[in-house]
Design a protein around this ligand. Structure first.
Ligand code: GDP
Ligand code: MG
Length: 293
């Protein structure tokens, strides 16, 4: 069979998580409009009769500005080196922006086969897509260039086929029925964080983390009790996350519960708390404690 590791890089919002969710058949979809949703790297495992492809969804590549950002940056370089093929995802922008140029400069130094995925072609006319393709072709560094729409599931199959054509024969690295290497707890915490980020205003998101305090399946019942704490940096943030009469945390909890139930395929009783831990982002130890290592 064909098998291998594909790292997926690209700046925030180009649609990496949407593409990963599509490949997984929507089993989990950790997707957000805000940057840095996928903080830890998540391996997503695609299986079919003739292949096992492990995708490493790297966090957005950004200029390090504090301890957490530095760690995110390390992840990106690290996962590139571990992989067999690099996929660089860009969106429908007609011009190549500054961040994309920085990523391209980094990719140039890495001697691995590369696929360029131009996502969001549903927002492009054909001549515009050709225009973007030509710009990247001229760089002469991509083995394949594929236009897709992750949202509309257009050409996602062609992308998988392109990967298969480039991979060598290899073993199954994971069980054939696994879809991710992350624990259920971790995925659950990411779903809660994602729902919080989606609902909160700009000043709060980067300062939140989610800790799972309790995760227990009730005997003889298809019901899982989950207690989780949303950790914020400031008292003012705590107020925002809780919302008027608890309305915000309630909304986050409802949206998260729905997605967690789909993911775990079980009824879920989710209880959320909000707690302040000052400047947690700046403290290395705490960054490690929350598992972003
Ligand atoms: P990431 O930061 O690269 O992981 O990007 P996300 O997957 O979180 O997607 C960012 C935004 O782009 C979301 O609002 C998606 O719905 C949207 N998006 C993703 N793929 C497509 C696409 O093919 N077409 C369009 N129009 N929007 C997309
Ligand atoms: Mg993402």
């Amino acid at each position: 069979m064909k098998s291998g590791f594909i790292s997926v890089v690209g700046r925030a919002n180009v649609g990496k998580s949407t593409l990963m969710a599509k490949i997984l058949g929507e089993k989990i979809s950790i997707i957000s409009n805000k940057a840095q949703t996928t903080r830890d790297k998540i391996q997503i495992i695609y299986n079919d009769e003739e292949s096992q492809i492990i995708f490493i969804d790297t966090p957005g590549i950004q200029t390090p500005s504090n301890k957490l950002q530095e760690k995110l940056f390390e992840f990106s370089e690290e996962s590139l080196k571990e992989s067999d093929i690099v996929t660089f995802v860009v969106d429908n922008s007609l011009e190549i922006g500054r961040l994309d140029k920085e990523i391209i400069a980094m990719l140039e130094r890495i001697r691995l086969p590369k696929i360029l995925v131009i996502n969001k072609v549903d927002l492009l006319r054909e001549d515009e897509l050709d225009q973007i393709k030509e710009k990247y072709q001229a760089m002469d560094m991509f083995d394949q260039i594929i236009g897709i729409s992750a949202l509309e599931d257009k050409n996602v199959k062609a992308y998988i086929e392109a990967i298969k054509s480039m991979l060598d024969e290899g073993p199954a690295y994971y069980d054939r029925d696994m879809i991710t290497d992350k624990s259920e707890r971790f995925i659950v915490s990411e779903i809660i964080r994602e729902k919080a980020l989606n609902n909160l205003s700009e000043e709060v998101p980067h300062g939140i983390a989610v800790r799972i305090d309790n995760f227990k399946e009730r005997e003889n019942k298809r019901l899982i009790d989950i207690d989780a704490t949303i950790i914020v940096e400031r008292n003012s943030h705590k107020e925002i996350v809780i919302g008027k009469g608890g309305s915000m945390v309630k909304k986050i909890g409802m949206e998260a519960r729905k997605e967690i139930e789909t993911f775990l395929d079980s009824k879920v009783n989710l209880k959320l708390w909000v707690k302040v831990e000052k400047d947690w982002r700046k403290k290395e130890k705490m960054v490690d404690r929350f598992g972003y290592k």
